[in-house]
Design a protein around this ligand. Sequence first.
Ligand code: SF4
Length: 290
Amino acid sequence: MSKFVEDKGYNEDQLKVLSLLKGDEEVCLMAAPSFVVDFDYDSFVPLMKGLGFEYTTELTFGAKIVNQEYHRYIHENKDNQEKFICSVCPACVELVKAKYPEMEKYLLPFDSPMSAMAKVIDKNWPNQKNVFLAPCFAKKREAKKYPNLIHATITFSELKDIVSKEKPTPLKGSHLFDRFYNDYTKIYPLAGGLSATLHSKDILTKEEMVAKDGVKNLQKLFDKHSDKKFYDILFCNGGCIGGPGVASNKPIFVKRKRILSYRKGAKTEKIGKRKGLDKYTEGLDFSTEF
Ligand code: SF4
């Protein structure tokens, strides 16, 4: 790979990532699970290792943690709280706070999968730098809340640009992520993915739940004072697969298919220990304020 040169039209975030990769410390890439919309799963990890990342992981374990926290909180509070609004999408949190302040108290007070995962990585492998690969700019803003855990953030488009300019040679070896897997939450970035993986039968009825994506639909939902109890909301059309940091212009149904096939394929892989990961979260606090 060529030496990184600062005159290739890179923006500040791209330069930050490249400078981390050039530095002495090990760098871990944390990929949002929607990355398969823009990257080929089988070649992604070798390509990232060729670019200089020592470790690669994705956020599905973080999504599982968020689900567990949501489930517990709703179970404990369902009789005395009117509504619960998912807070995994920072643009939705911003929307609620700005346009529906009377609903702010219903935002579920927990980390997103990104920040939960950053805490897990920091606890278990503290001496490294972490780069988050994001589908949107709202996630970049959210990551700035954790400057000691997430040291740089780039979008899928920005990473594709780096790859096309630096032309890394893929490192020979496994195509599997290094750390933390969870299969069922691989559909988290899809509209309705969170409610589909919440195991909500014992805490909510189907009628009490609503899943909506796209800002116009969200506004309609809140403007008509919906009487639903649980709101699984994502700001972008189709969910994170429609994020503004995604490079692909393919239709949502094509992107959706890629996520579903990623999940299906991952189920058949021998990826080592999937159970017992809870020990990695011991002592961590995933609650937050907005
Ligand atoms: S729905 Fe859109 S804005 Fe929200 S986290 Fe996903 S990509 Fe970002």
